[in-house]
Design a protein around this ligand. Sequence first.
Ligand code: GLN
Length: 544
Amino acid sequence: MTTRFIFITGGVVSSLGKGLASAALGAVLQARGFTVRLRKLDPYLNIDPGTMSPTQHGEVYVTDDGAETDLDLGHYERFTGVSSRRSDNVTAGRIYKTVLEKERRGDYLGGTVQVIPHVTDAIKEFITADLTGEDFVLIEIGGTVGDIESLPFLEAIRQLGNELGRERTMFVHLTLLPYIATAGELKTKPTQHSVKELLSVGIQPDLLLCRSEHAIPDTERRKIALFCNVHPDAVIAAYDAPSIYDVPVNYHAEGLDVQVCRHFRLSCETEPDLSRWHTIIQRVRQPEGDVTIAVVGKYTKLLDSYKSLAEALTHGGFGNNVRVHLQWLDSQEFEKADSNHLLENVNAILVPGGFGERGAEGKMAAARFAREKDVPYLGICFGMQMAVIEAARNLAGIPGAGSTEFGDPPAKVVGLMTEWMRGNDLERREAGGDLGGTMRLGAYPCILREGSRARAIYGGANTIQERHRHRYEVNNAYIGPLEARGLLFSGMSPDGLLPEIVEIPGHSWFVGVQFHPELKSKPFEPHPLFTAFVGAAVEKSRLV
Ligand code: GLN
């Protein structure tokens, strides 16, 4: 089958959940046996989200091939199981950078470089490059129609619609039908306006996906269809769902996949196989128990900064048939005296990834509490580094233990790494170099120690692959003194130089990992570390 392109734009307001909508559409198409790839075009000028504050932009999602991308790629991967690649996310900044570099090289042969055609060509090239014969490519355009920044992207997809033809392209527009309580009515005007906005740049949507809190009456559906020039059957309701896992099943119930198949003249007689989504919904609705896990972090005000983490913990709950309640705690709280009571009633403690000194001592205090009180502990990236420094200080008697991320401690238990191997290539980084795109990024192999808890968690595997995003590493010079006091470095890089996993064998469950396992967890395939961690929390809850 030739590859077909579905472009997803958003109107009326931001935060309508376009990423989730795209991911869910991908999932329903998969359930019909099609192969899919999802991509995102981000209109902002940063080259990538790598240097953007997690409290502003949410989490930075990292792909196997080491790209720092928008968090929507996490939704795509979790809903479809298709691993994202660097070529699945681009920003206006990167597009302009490519065009300007070409201009400097003289590639435009003296021509005047313009948004149309040079920038739009670069966007179209990005959309159609690095594909492997997928049945559908879903392209989400970030931002809201009407934003200045998205114009070149809309122009590019308009052109592609023309070039590839109606049989190979489809425009889906996600909008909102606000409910005015005093009038008791759903309002269609904002949707009409945003479709007008799209029409003004030459795009006629083929299908409207309408977010709504209330049922859309037939009269309103027909009105929207009439004013927006779409078929009434192509006005699809996207109702608020009890959980995100309901969305693919709901979309199917509203006929979304059938409309997409009709648009492309594909047969839609057979029912899609949504069984894996039904199983997940069942797990969400009828858990057999509850556990509470404290997440001691720094960006707890905007939960999007820990999107994949929260998802992976929920998946860990699916793996144990329990509901996981998260208690988001600000790590700075643990820098005050008498704050341990905040952790007294939780079944497990997790310290996630993070950057910078603020709150670091609090994270160490939380790790210490978990270590000393035998509470299950999972430290991810920064959370592993802090656990190791804490153990160095309070277990191995190295009071000057610290990280060079915060200055120049007497004992550099965590330090900046300037050279490391990626496959057969040596990667280098300068101390004081650029902050953007210069971390150890993407998937790296890790060898698991025989007989360790880590190895058992990964089902006896010798080597695993996990994704990284960090600048500092645990200094292997301290492995000896730390192992002498009861830690076990159970996962190492293949050259034996970089500590990747640490555990405490005498503890009920204490594991620190230098990588980000949350990035690879899926609802239908919970990550083994999260299943094991939540399992340990369940055990703990039975003891209290
Ligand atoms: N700040 C630490 C580093 O750069 C940890 C990063 C992280 O947790 N992702 O190594």
